[in-house]
Ligand binder design. Structure first.
Ligand code: PEP
Ligand code: MN
Length: 368
């Protein structure tokens, strides 16, 4: 039970396992062979608690594979029979819900393109009225926490108790190296507001590529998320949807071996929750500071190159005075001590000069 309107039970508890909950399977069920073979290879890892496969696929552009439809449900159920692992798929309409309930799908999820639309979410909630089935809700494509919470509430009010959230990143102009910007703050805020709600991270849709998957998965575990949903495929390069981000079950197994599940220090639950949440906020801010420092030094490098090519000295006292004065005033207004801001700026300035010096030396060395 948790505060502020959501009364949820644990999905891990429902599955009878300890967190992290591990969910995997193809982006889409393409054929019976692909669905069942992927599932058997995942079963061999002995780590997967829930099999996923998309049956109805919301594609951004028309003319692409839009899912196998109800035929795919039969393949998903065959995968369950072969492996004994419960199965989950995405529902976007009442008809999808009914087909899944009829087929015996164990867990449903609401996709990111559906969470944005309260009409669609309500339609799903109405179709689930009085049904006891766990539902996972992906964050909406746009970074709007209220929509995400609203979808969870609609399902909760329809009587769905075993609810989890899935963090799959957000559409953003500034995505960085990701397909969908993770914007971890949203997941942290959701957890702060509903400490009992399990949040599962979906690194596949955050990354959109294979290289970043382990980093995002580890970050999710470090933020104490309750699980990982990751797309896997027997022949990822040939996948009919999201080929670039899928990996083989064996590669997923290797990735899982490399992930570190840290134990939060358990003193009392209240202590753990408060401290964990505060530390997560610190980690997030440090992450931002590191990113900004790296960006700042890269600009120093560019300035160094520009000065070098124009034969200008590295140190320009006026500029340094200007930096010091404006930042000291700003820091003061933000409640930072003068000593701290001065030391920090000196350190940054020193490193910045070193960076520019290296650029100059480079040229000298090349000339020699
Ligand atoms: C998916 O899980 O394959 C999917 C369509 O995800 P999302 O709703 O996060 O885009
Ligand atoms: Mn996908």
């Amino acid at each position: 039970m948790s505060k502020k309107g959501l009364q949820t039970n644990s999905l891990a508890g429902w599955l009878g396992i300890q967190t992290p909950i591990i969910i995997s399977g193809p982006c889409s069920a393409e054929t019976e062979h692909q669905t069942v073979t992927t599932a058997m290879q995942l079963k061999a890892l002995n780590r997967v608690h829930l099999l996923r496969a998309g049956i109805w696929k919301p594609r951004t552009r028309p003319g692409q594979f839009e899912g196998a439809g109800e035929a795919g449900l039969a393949w998903l159920m065959a995968a369950k029979r072969e492996t004994g692992i419960p199965v989950t798929t995405e529902v976007a309409t009442a008809a999808h819900v009914e087909a899944c309930l009829k087929a015996g799908v164990d867990v449903l999820w609401v996709g990111a393109r559906t969470t944005v639309n309260p009409f669609s979410v309500q339609e799903i909630a109405d179709a689930l009225q009085g049904v006891d089935i766990p539902v996972m809700v992906k964050n909406p494509v746009n970074p709007d926490l209220e929509l995400w919470i609203g979808a969870l509430e609609r399902l909760n009010r329809a009587g769905i108790r075993t609810l989890a959230a899935i963090h799959r990143g957000f559409s953003s102009f500034d995505k960085g190296p990701f397909r969908n910007a993770p914007m971890w703050d949203f997941a942290i805020e959701l957890k702060t507001r509903f400490p009992e709600l399990e949040i599962i991270c979906d690194p596949s849709h955050i990354c959109g590529n294979r290289e970043l998957l382990p980093f995002v998965a580890q970050k999710a575990l470090d933020l104490d998320m309750a699980g990982i949903m990751l797309e896997s495929h027997i022949t990822p390069d040939q996948a009919w949807s999201d080929a670039k981000q899928q990996i083989t079950p064996a590669a997923f197994g290797k990735m899982l071996e490399g992930l570190i599940v840290r134990k939060a220090e358990v003193v009392s639950k209240e202590f753990r929750d408060t401290l964990t949440i505060l530390r997560e906020q610190i980690d997030q801010l440090d992450d931002d500071i590191m990113g900004k420092m790296s960006a700042r030094m890269k600009i120093s490098e560019q300035i160094g190159r520009y000065k070098r090519d124009n034969n200008v000295t590295i140190l320009q006292v006026n500029r340094w005075d200007e930096i010091l004065n404006t930042r000291l005033a700003q820091g003061n207004a933000m409640g930072l001590s003068q000593d701290f801001v001065t030391d920090l700026l000196k350190l940054i300035h020193h490193e910045s000069i070193q960076v520019q010096q290296r650029v100059m030396n480079d040229k000298v060395e090349k000339a020699v």
